[in-house]
Ligand binder design. Structure first.
Ligand SMILES: Cc1cc2nc3c(=O)[nH]c(=O)nc-3n(C[C@H](O)[C@H](O)[C@H](O)COP(=O)(O)OP(=O)(O)OC[C@H]3O[C@@H](n4cnc5c(N)ncnc54)[C@H](O)[C@@H]3O)c2cc1C
Length: 391
């Protein structure tokens, strides 16, 4: 078994430097200084060189934020916390040899403890034409490309016979935020928000948030089409099917796909206990049945006592913290800390911006719209988070 360990140091390798991975590394360094006794060597690996604050990607479309505002260099960050950063794609892990293989690395990266935090990828559910013809904003790069396409869209070059049409597929949190930003910034276009379920924001159990947001978006000019599933995406039109198999055709100029998250290629490859492709973790965030491999953030599946963690920023950060604490406790031989999610599938909470510097807060099964406060709070959280990367 290859490893970096010796009597005085332990090596932790963190795969993925999104919200979960960055939190693991930050917390490990903070705690290892005072508490572990052994030196912790941290290696962070990501296929991108920059951290993206994905939750602000919808505002790239309206130009309210720039890529520089909501991203940060991972080399500098790693340097600041005395970690090593490797910019490469992880392609495989040998759990018995305790080694990580990257696409271009000639030598595998050894670890004593491993944290898998590679998030998820956009799902297209095999719908013909969807992946090839859609713009996606789940990465900053995708959001920037979508903005460029929107900037090229002018009345003279519309595909649709009537008004220029921007179709947003999926009316979860991201789709709703995208529609809000578009209707604010592209008053010259028709913005259609399409949802397969009977109402928008289906992941939020209380229906009052859906009716409030529907009203707010419709008042501002968004067309909301619910109960319609995308069957096929053609060059200039989307084929939708509704109840009783009725077909609808929606002409479009730009299609922005926000529906669905799936495990990425690396997860598909790894032979680990999984639920629907996501890595199943124990109450301490170790991969089920393993003592040296943890999983946090969107790629982890945590469900205990009927409570399932949500795939959101809040839980990715909370899980990152607990995983770091538990690595240090394992090194010291201490009792591990249980993870208790707060922002769960059963009881989700979120601040959903609706464009026009407004946002609705959803918590404890209720929607709150304290005028102007929700959006200010969302931006405050974003600025406070990004401060950790600034010199
Ligand atoms: C547009 C958008 C808006 C959102 N808005 C909100 C919101 O308002 N509130 C909220 O709570 N949540 C929101 N979310 C969800 C939130 O962003 C995720 O839950 C969160 O990012 C999960 O963190 P993570 O660390 O698990 O994964 P990520 O933040 O996705 O990070 C994963 C990292 O792993 C890297 N990676 C992946 N595969 C590999 C590989 N094979 N090798 C190397 N590196 C790899 C990626 O490059 C990435 O940096 C939003 C998501 C999107 C896409």
């Amino acid at each position: 078994m290859s490893s970096n360990s010796n009597n005085s140091s332990v090596s932790v390798v963190v795969l993925g430097c999104g919200f979960g991975g960055v939190e693991v590394a930050t917390e490990l360094r903070k705690r290892s200084k005072s508490k572990s006794g052994k030196r912790i060597d941290i290696t962070m690996i990501d296929r991108r060189t920059r951290f993206d604050y994905q939750a602000a990607n919808p505002e790239i479309l309206s130009g309210k934020v720039t890529p520089a505002d909501i991203s940060a260099d991972l080399y500098s960050f790693a340097n600041r916390i005395d970690a090593e950063f490797i910019n490469d794609e992880v392609v495989d892990i040998d759990f018995s040899e305790k080694e990580v293989k990257t696409r271009t690395g000639t030598i595998p990266v050894p670890y004593d403890y491993l944290v898998i935090a590679v998030g998820g990828e956009q799902a297209f559910f095999g719908i013909p034409g969807a992946e090839e013809r859609s713009h996606c904003i789940n990465t900053l790069e995708g959001a920037v490309k979508t903005k460029e396409a929107l900037d090229e869209l002018e009345p003279g070059n519309s595909n649709s016979n009537s008004a220029m049409t921007i179709a947003v597929i999926g009316a979860g949190l991201t789709g709703v935020e995208v529609a809000g930003e578009l209707v604010e910034s592209r008053s010259d276009a028709r913005v259609c928000l399409v949802e397969r379920m009977p109402r928008i924001l289906p992941a939020f159990p209380a229906p009052d948030i859906a009716s409030f947001v529907t009203r707010r978006l419709m008042d501002r000019g968004v067309e909301i089409l619910t109960g319609l599933a995308v069957e096929e995406v053609k060059d200039n039109e989307i084929v939708l099917s509704g109840q009783h198999g009725h077909r609808h055709r929606l002409p479009y100029d730009i299609l922005i796909w926000t529906a669905g998250l799936k495990p990425g290629r690396l997860l598909e490859r790894l032979k680990l206990p999984k639920v629907r492709g996501w890595i199943r973790v124990d109450p301490y965030l170790r991969v089920d049945g393993m003592s040296d491999v943890f999983a946090v953030g969107d790629n982890a599946y945590f469900e205990y006592d009927g409570i399932r963690s949500g795939q959101n920023v809040e839980e990715a950060e909370r899980e990152g913290k607990i995983a770091a604490v538990n690595i240090i406790r394992t090194v010291k031989g201490d009792k591990l800390k249980r993870y208790k999610p707060k922002n769960t599938i059963q009881n989700p909470r979120a601040i959903i911006s609706l464009g026009g510097n407004t946002a609705v807060i959803y918590a404890c099964g209720r929607a709150f719209t304290i005028f102007g406060f929700g959006y200010k709070l969302k931006k405050f959280i974003e600025h406070r988070y990004m401060r950790r990367f600034r010199a």
